[in-house]
Design a protein around this ligand. Structure first.
Ligand code: NCD
Ligand code: ZN
Length: 431
């Protein structure tokens, strides 16, 4: 059913239109309408003191379906996304079976349509079975609508395989190869960042160089092939330096950072809380500060959640045996508002650009990311930038492994409007 909704008197932050002003936003027939002050037949939502922005877009989500529906399904993950203010998410291909064929892509997209809470734009695998050996059916998956390819969870270990994929991807307009940068020979068995804390805790470490070596290699391959490269979840200051240089040189690269790498460090591992065990590992305060600055300045283009749900019993296992990952969809916006916007590191506009406008462009989701102009699809988030809350273990996600559990955050999603429909109202999922 298509609703007529008037968002009255909110602060419209719309980077794609260069707008930051108090205005009404009318939504009708799934699209932005022309607000003329008339409220006839409309549900009026008071947005005084709230921010109205294009719905958030997550380039890096793990929805676990098919295969691990006990951790998350496309539906539960979509609900978590909508509760977090997202209107589109890109689930990674590391499912069981792997999303390395058009069939799995169609299946995941159909599940997303059935849930109908956010747009689900699946990522395709670069290599068959994520094995790093033979290229997957990229052409077939492009035809099925895939724009981002990644073996995320794994790095593509072989430079020649990645070169071929990047060269092949060039034949298709707007296709991006996204890399999980981790040299396996250096990272294997590493439980956390290699440094003072890993020595003291007696845990095997992963040095920064495990990431930086692959970042350097992949930038060289992007230069060689002219292909578009996206670097997933960067964690080290050295990686940022490499990206800055590559961008100055004109290499076609974009990069992402997760909320948890912007907030936490290896100091947080001292309690052996497995919710802080993530890949790549949380690094030092110096790395975190470099990531914050790079995001503010645009050297890092986007924030992506790397929402990685895991079962309680898995996360309760011994540190060495517990799988890496934290959920993130429902805390991402608040984490960025609390730790970057409130302290003045970056503006609300830059936050929306990094969480909506830019990721929408990278994944080619032209219905998302704004501008919120008449006739455009109504994908909108409304949030209270001053609402304080504590993260409780009650999530839309099926999993609870959040690094943010128990933390105080400022900024809360009030409404999420997906294609003109109010899917989250007053902070509650409508389905
Ligand atoms: C991810 C997962 O659980 O699938 N885990 C993680 O710690 N980031 C894989 C990944 O994004 O690399
Ligand atoms: Zn990854």
């Amino acid at each position: 059913m298509s609703e007529r909704i008037l968002l009255r008197g909110g602060r419209v932050v719309d980077p794609a239109a260069g707008r930051d002003e108090v205005a009404d936003v009318l939504i009708e027939d799934g699209a932005i309408g022309a607000a003329d002050g008339s409220t006839a037949g409309a549900t009026v939502l008071d947005a005084d003191g709230l921010v109205v922005a294009p719905g958030l877009v997550d380039l890096h989500t793990h929805l676990r379906e098919p295969g691990r529906e006990d951790k998350e399904t496309v539906e539960s993950g979509s609900r978590a996304a909508a509760l977090g203010g997202f209107t589109a998410v890109s689930p990674m291909a590391n499912t069981e079976p792997v999303a390395d064929s058009a069939a799995v892509i169609h299946e995941v997209r159909a599940l997303g349509e059935r849930a109908g809470l956010v747009d689900v734009l699946p990522v395709g695998a670069i290599t068959r079975g994520l094995a790093g050996e033979e290229m997957a059916e990229l052409g077939e998956m492009v035809e099925a609508g895939v724009r981002v390819f990644s073996d995320d969870g794994h790095c593509v270990p072989d430079a020649r395989v990645l070169r071929n994929a990047m060269t092949y991807a060039r034949a298709f307009d707007g296709v991006v190869i996204a890399e999980h940068c981790e040299d396996r020979s250096l990272a294997e068995n590493g439980q956390m960042h290699e440094g003072e804390h890993s020595y003291a805790l007696g845990l095997a470490g992963q040095p920064r160089e495990a990431e930086e070596i692959v970042v350097a290699r992949d930038l060289a391959l992007a230069r060689l092939t002219g292909g578009r490269l996206h670097l997933c979840h960067l964690s080290s200051a050295g990686s940022i330096d490499l990206v800055r240089r590559a961008k100055a040189e004109g290499i076609r690269v974009t990069a992402e950072v997760t909320p948890h790498h912007l907030v936490f460090t290896d100091d947080d591992l001292v309690t052996y809380d497995t919710n802080f065990k993530v890949n790549p590992p949380l690094r030092t305060p110096e790395d975190r500060d470099a990531l914050r600055l790079a995001l503010a300045e645009g050297a890092i283009d986007v924030v992506a959640t790397d929402h990685a749900p895991h079962a309680v019993e898995e996360k309760e296992a011994e540190f060495d045996l517990s799988p890496p990952g934290t959920i993130g969809l429902e805390t991402a916006l608040a984490a960025v508002l609390t730790h970057l916007v409130e302290p003045g590191t970056m503006s609300v506009t830059r936050a929306i650009e990094a969480m909506s406008t830019m990721p929408a462009r990278i994944v080619g989701a032209s219905d998302h990311g704004g501008p919120l102009e008449p006739g455009r699809p109504a994908n909108v988030v409304v949030f209270d930038p001053t609402a304080a809350w504590v993260v409780e273990p009650s999530f839309g996600s099926k999993s609870r492994n959040s690094a943010f559990l128990g933390r105080s955050l400022t900024g809360r999603v009030v409404h999420t409007i997906h294609r003109g429909e109010l899917v989250v109202a007053e902070g509650k999922a409508q389905r």
